[in-house]
Design a protein around this ligand. Sequence first.
Ligand code: KIV
Ligand code: ZN
Length: 540
Amino acid sequence: MESYVRIFDTTLRDGEQSPGATMTSAEKLEVARSLARLGVDIIEAGFPAASPDDLEAVRRIAIEVGNPTDGTRPAVICGLARTTRSDIDKAWEAVQPAAFPRIHTFLATSEIHMQHKLRMSREQVVERVREMVGYARSLCADVEFSPEDAGRSDPEFLYYVLGEAIQAGATTLNIPDTVGYTLPDEFGALIAGILRNTPGVERCIVSVHCHNDLGLATANTLVGLQAGARQAEVTINGIGERAGNTALEEVVMALHTRPMNFNLTTGIDTTQITRVSKLVSNYTSIVVQPNKAIVGANAFAHEAGIHQDGMLKHNQTYEIMRPETVGASRSKLILGKHSGRHALKARLISLGFGLNEAEIDQLFERFKALADKKKTITDADIEALVSDELYQPRELFTLDGLQVACGTMGMPTATVRLRDPQGSLHIQACVGTGPVDAAYKAIDAVIQAPNMLEEFVVHAVTEGIDALGEVTVRIKSENPGVALDAQKEVDQPRTYGGYGADTDIVVASVKAYLAAINKMLIANGQYGPIEMAATQTVAM
Ligand code: KIV
Ligand code: ZN
């Protein structure tokens, strides 16, 4: 059996389904570029039927990332579709421009899903799979089929459905543990059973797709690979529905660190892992927990004296991987006040950002302003500037000015001046429990967009008193989102994330909040005139 494991990354699809992880099209494109540089084999770029914006984002990725001009092998660009003609048509429209397009279609096979969600009999499910996998195959040579909730499906029924999918033209069979319920021995046995009992399975790649509800996603994925699966579906930082998906970095580094146990390889350039992790964290506003395996801030930190002593004597006493293997010990001091545009451009290229000349000019302005305040500018500072300056949602409201008064005397007060989508300026002042609270109240008074602040995280990009501060926020709107499984909307409120970076953390906080509000307004379709509160409007 071949030893190559295909890495199928679904950060832009299953990952983007995490609460608040909504990314802008520009952010999605940059993530896709980074995934391609990382060496991912298949990029699931989105769910094109979700909205025209989603379709367009997948299509752009198919065009730009699916056809590299530098001679590298293109990643397969995949679009998800329910088993309906209209979804499959939209997925095909979106991925078709890629050199290697794939349609991924799915239908649930567990009794609980068939009876209560789909209200379909086993026969109807089999018939739909035959018909829709066949339809997808009539459009695209590469078709993946997933029996949703396979982990809780009757294995005999699964063998039959999968056999029919193969007959209809499926080339990859993906086995999802949709609700993260299975235990490693059960999941390994399921994959082994599928490989033994499904007619025609030798013509297909078997794939594993695990969710982390019991914290077993990586373990289940690894046993699935040991049982013979040769594609792993993963996300960066393990983001995804509920407790998330299997983390790419965990599976790749397990295979890399224990080669004798697995004897399996991937095409991943492990030295890119930390950079891509940071990028995805910034764009999704999902902060990586410090103790997260491989990519957490503490993953390579040794605090206890006894550990430090051991490390000084021999680093393998407490370190099973070298930080440089995952790109975690990057150059610290790189640019400063006297660095020119050329030096910045060279650094951006080596960091993997595919920016055009106008974007580099825009970034250079910010870089100069930062270099005036901060002596040394690190890779992390540059990444924060790129996120803050270039990949913000289309700005409906922009910050035009901010002033705060705070301290132990008097009430914290903030005055904000915002420019609305029509170009008018609005000024509002509020008091609050602190300067950030006061500024957020003032913004709320201008933009009447009801929301709840669910999370607010401040973090210094680098050490030192002059460090750039990063803020990520998560707000909950009252508007529903689009359900993947049903045609109708889900009536759960949606969450939106925002990111801001500045040497002044109140400014960074305001930018992050505005970014989240802009994302929410765009998602709610509020592109046009927005009802304004009676604030002081400044003549232009
Ligand atoms: O978890 C799941 O079942 C999925 C399918 C769409 C593959 O994400
Ligand atoms: Zn999933």
